[in-house]
Structure formats: C-alpha cells, structure tokens
Design a binder for this molecule. Structure first.
Ligand code: TXA
Ligand code: MG
Length: 321
C-alpha cells in the first residue's frame, strides 16, 4: 500500500530520488516522476502498463521554465499560454535535447502544461526539474479524480500519493498542437473549445483515432470501465438487455422509463462543470457494482459537454468494437 498524505516535502524527497508519486491537479490525478530522468520515466510506463508509443505530459510551475525545455513558441501558443496557464490546457511544442526521447515516444514535440492546483504548483516550484505525469490509472482505464482512486489501483506499486482533495475539473486537459500555421485540438478536455476560439479564432478539432494516433488519448477504446457502455436511453435497449443488469448515467433528469434507484444524475441543475467533475467517479462507482451494462445519456454538445461526450463515446467504443 502506498501512503496517502499532504506532505509536499515528502513528495519532493521521493521524486528527487527517482521514485513515482501520485499528484493532484485540477483535472485528474497524475502519476509523476522527474521528466529528465529516463529510468524514472520508464517506471511510469511499467506501472501504468502503458505502451511506449504513448507520450507523457510534462508539468512545469511557470512560463519561465519553458526556456530550457522547448524552442520558440508559435504565436498562438504564446497567446493561449498567457490566457489559460495555469489551467487545463496542454500545448505541443518543439522539444529541446534535455527532454529524454522516452517522454515523447521519440516525437520531436513535447506536451507541456502548468496545472492550476495550489499543491501541484508548490511541489513543482520546490523541484529543479519538471514532472512527467500521465493520468494515474492503468492504461485504457478511467482517470482518477481522488487520491483514493490512485491508491485503489496503483497503491501496491508506488510509495506515496499526495492528497489534494477531489479534482476541481474532473476531466483531462485539452491538448493543442500547431502545424503549418494551424492550431489543432488533439484532445477535447477541461478548457472548452469556446474559450479557446474566443482567444485565437477558429481552430481545427482532430478527428484522428487510429492505432497510431497523434495523441493515444484519442484512441477509440479509452477511458473505459469494466462494463459495456451504451449511449442513449432505456427504450433503445429494453428489448436487448434485462433491466437488472443495467445502470444509467444521466445529465440532469432520470430516465422516466427506468428504475430510479440505478440511475446516477451528473448534475441536477444541468451544470456541465458539475457533470464533468462527477463523470469519472460515477463510472468508478458502477465499476465496483455487480451490474454489467451502463447506458449513458450524451450531454449537450457545448462547453465541457463536448469533452464529456468524447469520453463517453470512447468508453462506448471499447467493448463493442
Ligand atoms: O489533465 C491532464 O492532461 C492529465 C494531468 C495529470 O495533467 N494528464 C493526462 O495525461 O491526461 P495522459 O498521459 O493520460 O494523457 C496525455 C495525452 C496522451 O493521449 C498522449 O498521447 C498525449 O497526451 N501526448 C503527450 N505528448 C504528446 C505529443 N508530443 N504529441 C501528441 N500527443 C501527445
Ligand atoms: Mg490518461
């Protein structure tokens, strides 16, 4: 079992000697190590059972630290960083040699973000190296939004989880890359498309999801709980599934055709922020139950609803494909 605590100095000690630590961020918990230490980074891939072609995000405490890690920024990268960092936004930038190839899976770009969480920032400031940190879940599974989630799945394999409370946003960061003058969203996430377009104008949202995607978070089968996930409402599945084997995830109102006691409402007030915050813990909750199927209602396709729907669609793609 790993220890769960709030001792930043302890986390610093583990990280300085090349160990892995679970860390809080505003999006989801990360599994962190010294990003400049190849051996430590290799441990991340091993502990997560993550394929080596899936690169990691590097976390820094402030923009000044970019100088030593990446080459000059595209104009829109500078604008977005100034507007939204610290925050749930990851930028793909041209890496300098000091970043080991294992971090980027051999790519010439590195994913970087400044997390908006006081404990994560304090930790990062106390270190003279950046932290590589993927979400702290086994590869392909739902991301953790509580320290206990990290402990539940990786507790046997890491010494310490820094407990920063429940993640404020609850869904992973938005990943943005820059190619031939274009600004491209590679993963929808905690920073909304609307917020981004307000600042830099229209951007492209990558539809790519192949076996060698540019961001394997874009793999079709990802973010999946144990159960088979279907999208829609009960009437669409009532002739195929027995009600006892099903639970439902709903946006703000229960499905009137289905047993109320097995429905989880993500936000009774219809608030997409609240829905995002509750999504992964709801999937985990059902995962521990005896039900076999989840029927999830899609959210309105706006704001954080886009990122939630993206995760639900990927979870639904997993076992049916
Ligand atoms: O909110 C988040 O982004 C969380 C917290 C811990 O920061 N981290 C996270 O990491 O979600 P992870 O590893 O679960 O997802 C990172 C995604 C992966 O899908 C990876 O393929 C993509 O970022 N990625 C990383 N570096 C990349 C690069 N150089 N080019 C393209 N995609 C990259
Ligand atoms: Mg992940």
């Amino acid at each position: 079992m790993s220890e769960i605590g709030r001792d930043i100095n302890k986390a610093v000690r583990f990280l300085k000697r090349g160990d892995l630590v679970g860390i809080p961020t505003e999006t989801v918990y990360g599994l962190a190590c010294n990003a400049l230490d190849t051996d430590a980074v290799l441990k991340i891939f091993e502990v997560k059972n993550r394929p080596s072609f899936d690169p990691l995000i590097v976390h820094i405490p402030n923009i000044a630290r970019l100088d030593k890690l990446v080459y000059d920024l595209p104009e829109n990268a500078e604008i977005l960083a100034a507007a939204f960092w610290p925050g749930p936004l990851t930028l793909l930038l041209q890496k300098q040699e000091c970043i080991p190839d294992v971090v980027t899976s051999g790519l010439s770009s590195v994913a970087i973000r400044i997390p908006d969480h006081p404990m994560a920032l304090e930790l990062l400031k106390a270190l003279d190296f950046p932290l590589a940190a993927p979400s702290a879940n086994p590869f392909g599974y739902v991301s953790p939004t509580l320290a206990q989630h990290v402990e539940d799945q990786l507790g046997e394999r890491i010494p310490y989880v820094l407990d920063g409370g429940p993640c404020r946003i609850g869904i992973e960061s938005t990943i943005i890359g820059f190619h031939k003058g274009k600004t491209i969203i590679h993963r929808l996430g905690g920073m909304t498309l609307e917020n981004i377009e307000d600042i830099v104008g229209p951007v492209e949202v990558s539809k790519q999801s192949t076996s060698r995607p540019s961001a394997p978070g874009m793999l079709e089968s990802h973010y999946a709980p144990r159960q088979q996930v279907f999208l829609g409402s009960w009437v669409q599945y009532s002739d195929k599934l027995t009600p006892e084997s099903v639970a439902m995830i709903r946006f703000k109102e229960p499905d009137p055709e289905f047993d109320m006691s097995r429905q989880m409402i993500l936000s009774e007030t219809g608030d997409l922020h609240e829905a995002a915050k509750n999504l992964f813990s709801t999937l985990r909750y059902f995962d521990k139950s005896s039900i076999n199927y989840i029927i999830a209602e899609l959210m309105p396709e706006k704001g954080l609803g886009r990122a939630i729907n993206d995760r639900l669609r990927r979870a639904a793609a997993t076992k049916s494909s």
